[in-house]
Design a protein around this ligand. Structure first.
Ligand code: SF4
Ligand code: SF4
Ligand code: FES
Length: 984
């Protein structure tokens, strides 16, 4: 440690710290900086931070000079101030600063100009200067980010942020001397340069030379610079749970920024393109602002009765089914090159080929409905739910809760269905996400969540093993952290049939045939045991049944695994040894592993590998199922699943039931002891379900067999949908209740690392749309369940009361970084990693569950020679309800595509953008093809965001026996050039 004096104040600092760091740590943050930025590599080139140090003959850069014992620093010495003025004058020579002349009445517009004003430097009028203003790549027509390089001061923060935080490297410094400028790739095309539109450059730029387009197009500069308020929220998309600041102007979200990079948030200042630019969907003209009731419902003698059409047409409408839309021709992929914004394109001759706004709710979808008052709508819903319960029993009802809604909303939904309607038929999209992970983790370790934190993967893992996760597209901020870990020296191993970005940069890419993961992991384990690399101490102290596991993998040598997976045996050996030797290996997986009809076994074999090597329970050895939606973890934690109440406490246990009955003030017998049905079981004729309530989900696109699901929903007796838009599912509803978007609600959300975070409402709901929490409170009360809450914190108090591992959670404690549960007491600081000495099983030990390789249910053959894989794209989210109505995101990926390997395309005689027909054993659809070597030959990839070419028309609805997950990642298809009649 060193003790120094800064501006007369004694400061103690680590000798590795710079003068700037020491001053900032001591709360003296006044030293001006331009090229320096927290967490970026120090370049020390702008010279504005120079300070005087006694005994030194020259000024020293505070950002690049280490402290020393006895050092005496003057940050505002005459020499330092004169130097700063000189630096600013020099920078102003190329800067359009006329508005700062004549006393600067307009005032400073950015960080750089604040220094100009602070040091009283007056810029020369632009017309009197010798040097022209600077220029550089402008990104004309870009829907989200553009440049005005006349205000660039060449601090290079953007270049370093792109390279070192996002690890992308799109921006660079081009030319030399007075011509030096910031360039985008080799030719100004961000697409070709690999830009992901994360906006990191926007965030760090001190002058606004790199700026967001949308706020400037919609609001006056003053409104952007001085928002009415800035409210902390949580991104509504993926499970990383990035915190975001919503800037409000005219009662709308005008802009989204991320919290300070130095704050302790999961995203450490970053967001991805969805978080930063995907915020305008709540203002889309499709937004529902009044409740809708299907025409045909009338009130007769005080009772609601159906007087509309009966039979198969009861729920129809003037629209095409998803199956029908799948057959229509599609516009080719988007024009993406610079200067061609989709919205600036000339109108196409054929309207059905115009990609603009074709996702908007067609006006004909509203025809079967009439607008209603809230009283009518709520009365009808309560009436029909009560009638169905009375006439057919509670189990004739079911609900899909929502992984996009808050913990409080999910809690109220499950409370209402359990306590007022007497059924456990409550589920949500976790079924189609990580239900197999939960089943496997429960079986082996009696746990349902990640053991560790994203931070430990970034900073402490020696080896990162990723199976079936396209992290840089599906969880981009975590993906960037993994890339940073790789840059610092962690070894990256990726097991994936696709050559994803991380697979491309991995030290080892295990590119196996889809669905052969069990053989791969068992082959690795075989080699680990053969080499004596298993962690014998961990196995002896912490696990059961290793002998059984060893026997089960004895015959799966790397050679045998190589034959099944297509991965060379030597590579399997190499990966196995690196994995086992760690010393700290983190194990990550996502839907590439889970969305299979044997997903529970796939995850189990990965857990066997992980536990045999003892790679859990240490900082850096994390077990991380990467969660999909932003609250899929929380929705499960608070009991929106069919088998458990909050904290995964069984609905079958009478004592637990009694506890909840007391809390909810209902007779214990009114709560069912029978486990409910899961999503994939509910949407079946034999389920007996006749009435449904769906909050914020769109199963007609996400169900594994869309054609069947669409038919099934039409046959229901009563369907309520609570959502923002008239979705593909909502168009079949009897009542549609307009709910609230993320920006309009206060509530808590749990991210992929068990972190409970609070989001605050920034803007009011539009028209007479209502908060989701409000709707559920009123409906619960109408159904006779005492629900005395008025706010989300009220609800959280009850959740904490009935949830042992959340008992110490309060809204006050969640402000800031949030808390990672367990948080069992008001004093507990939360738990960043679990299982350092025991698992939550009866005896504290885990169990090895041997699993054998079984081929995927459907293999390619002569008739269906391709393997189809489905998943997400960077710019879209799930069924596209939100992202396809976010203008910037939509412009990046406006049309459905199928990725085909260029060699396969050549053989089929199709080119980039051509229409292809995909046919599986279940259905057929047309999409336009994108040539890509990210897929291996013989494989195709179809994103599942587009109703016009819905991937799940083709997927195989066969279910995992434990978790009832469908086989979404692997089905056999045929591919052929599509000849669709243009007049179709
Ligand atoms: S664009 Fe902004 S961040 Fe990049 S060098 Fe110029 S001023 Fe610095
Ligand atoms: S990484 Fe996920 S949570 Fe973060 S901004 Fe992107 S979508 Fe949102
Ligand atoms: S901030 Fe120190 S040299 Fe630029």
């Amino acid at each position: 440690m060193a003790t120094l004096t800064i501006d007369g104040r004694s400061v103690t600092a680590d000798t590795e710290q710079t003068i700037l760091e020491a001053a900032r740590a001591a709360g003296m943050s006044d030293i001006p900086t331009l090229c320096w930025y927290p967490k970026l590599p120090i370049v020390g080139n702008c010279r504005i931070c120079l300070v005087s140090v006694e005994g030194q003959g020259k000024l020293l850069p505070a950002c690049a000079t280490k402290v020393a014992d006895g050092m005496v620093v003057h940050t505002e010495s005459h020499a330092a101030v004169e130097n700063r003025k000189g630096v600013l004058r020099l920078l102003l020579e190329r800067y359009p600063g006329d508005h700062l002349r004549n006393g600067g009445r307009i005032g400073p517009r950015n960080e750089f100009e604040q220094y100009v004003v602070r040091y009283g430097v007056v810029p020369t009028a632009v017309e009197l200067r010798d040097l022209p203003l600077r220029h550089g790549d402008e990104r004309p027509g870009d829907p989200m980010i553009r440049h005005d390089m006349s205000t660039c001061i060449l601090c290079t923060r953007c270049v370093r942020a792109c390279e070192d935080i996002q690890v992308v490297g799109v921006l660079d410094v081009g030319q030399r001397g007075e011509h030096t400028e910031i360039i985008v790739g080799a030719d100004g095309d961000p697409d070709k340069a690999g830009c992901t539109w994360c906006g990191e450059c926007v965030r760090v730029c001190p002058t606004g030379a790199i700026f967001e387009v949308m706020p400037r197009e919609r609001f006056a500069p003053e409104k952007i610079r001085h928002p009415e308020r800035t409210v902390r929220s949580v991104c509504p998309y993926c499970g990383v749970g990035c915190q975001v600041d919503l800037h409000v102007a005219n009662q709308t979200v005008a802009r989204v920024t991320s919290p300070d990079i130095e704050l302790n948030t999961p995203n450490q200042g970053s967001t991805c393109v969805k978080g930063r630019f995907g915020y305008d969907f709540p203002q889309h003209h499709d937004r529902l602002t009044k409740p809708l009731i299907r025409k045909g419902w009338v009130k007769d003698g005080g009772r609601w009765v159906w007087r509309g059409r009966t039979g198969a047409n009861r729920r129809g409408g003037p629209w095409q089914t998803i199956e029908g839309e799948g057959q229509r021709p599609k516009p080719a992929g988007p024009p993406r090159a610079v200067g061609k914004a989709v919205r600036d394109l000339p109108l196409l001759e054929r309207v059905d080929l115009d990609i603009r706004d074709r996702v908007a709710t067609p006006s004909s979808w509203y025809e079967p409905f009439r607008e209603a008052t809230w009283d009518e709508a709520m009365e009808l819903v309560a009436h029909e739910l009560s009638r169905l319960k009375r006439e057919r029993g509670g189990n004739a009802l079911a609900c899909f809760s929502s992984a996009k809604c808050s913990n409080e909303e999910n809690y109220l939904m499950m409370r209402m269905f359990r306590a007022a309607l007497g059924t456990n038929n409550i589920d949500h999209c976790t079924r189609l996400c990580h239900s197999t992970s939960v089943a496997a983790m429960q079986r082996a370790l009696n746990t349902s969540a990640a053991s560790g934190s994203m931070r430990e993967v970034e900073h402490a893992a020696d080896v990162i093993f990723i199976a079936g996760a396209n992290t840089t597209e599906s969880h981009p901020v975590f993906g960037a952290a993994i890339k940073r870990a790789h840059e610092r020296g962690a070894t990256l191993i990726v097991a994936d049939p696709r050559k994803t970005e991380l697979a491309g940069r991995a030290d080892i890419h295990l590119q196996m045939q889809p669905g052969t993961d069990v053989a791969l992991f068992n082959g690795m384990l075989n080699h680990i045991i053969a080499e004596g690399l298993e962690n014998r101490r961990f196995i002896a102290d912490r696990m059961h049944d290793f002998d059984k596991l060893r026997d089960s993998v004895r015959s799966i040598t790397p050679e045998v695994a190589a034959k099944i997976t297509g991965v060379p045996a030597d590579r399997i050996r190499e990966a196995a040894e690196i994995y086992a030797k760690g010393p700290n290996t983190s194990t990550l997986w996502a839907m590439g592993l889970t969305q299979h009809a044997n997903g529970t076994d796939l995850v189990t074999s990965l857990l066997n590998l992980m536990l045999s090597c003892g790679m859990i329970g240490r900082w850096g050895a994390a077990m991380m199922p990467i969660r999909g939606q932003n609250n899929v973890q929380g929705a499960s934690d608070v009991g929106a699943i069919p088998f458990v109440y909050t904290d995964y406490r069984s609905v079958k246990d009478p004592e637990i039931r009694a506890e909840y009955a007391r809390a909810w003030k209902v007779p214990a017998e009114s709560l069912s002891l029978k486990e409910g049905l899961m999503v994939t079981e509910i949407v079946k004729e034999e389920s007996g379900v006749r009435g449904m309530y769906i909050m914020g989900e769109n199963p007609i696109i996400s169900d594994p067999d869309i054609a069947h699901a669409e038919h099934w929903f039409q046959e229901l007796e009563f369907l309520t949908v609570q959502d923002l838009f008239l979705t593909e599912t909502a168009r079949y509803a009897d009542v549609v209740l307009p709910g609230s978007s993320f920006a309009e609600k206060t509530g808590t959300f749990v991210n992929t690392e068990r972190r409970i975070q609070v989001a605050h409402a920034a803007v009011p709901t539009p028209g007479s749309a209502r908060g989701d929490l409000d709707i559920l409170i009123e409906l619960s009360n109408r159904l006779g369940l005492d629900t005395p809450f008025t706010s989300a914190p009220d609800v959280m108090r009850e959740i904490a009361q009935v949830t042992p591992s959340w008992r110490g959670v309060t809204y006050e404690r969640l402000e800031g970084a949030g808390l990672q549960y367990p948080v069992s007491t008001p004093e507990s600081p939360g738990t960043s990693f679990l299982f350092d000495d025991r698992f939550p099983t009866a005896d504290g030990r885990g169990i090895f569950v041997p699993v054998e390789y079984a081929p995927p249910v459907e293999l390619p053959d002569d008739e269906y020679p391709f393997v189809m894989n489905t998943g997400r794209q960077l710019y879209h989210w799930h069924t596209g309800t939100m992202t396809r109505r976010a203008s910037g995101l939509d412009q990046r990926e406006p049309t459905p595509i199928v990725e085909v390997h260029p060699d396969d395309a050549r053989q089929l005689g199709v080119q980039d953008g051509d229409l292809v027909r995909l046919t599986s054993r279940r259905n057929t659809m047309v999409s336009s093809c994108r040539l890509s070597d990210r897929v291996a030959r013989g494989q195709v990839f179809v994103p599942f965001h587009f109703r016009e070419a819905a991937a799940n028309l083709l997927t195989n609805p066969v279910l995992d026996p434990y978790a009832k997950m469908a086989e979404l990642k692997c089905c056999a298809v045929r591919l052929e050039p599509a000849h669709v009649a243009v007049s179709d």
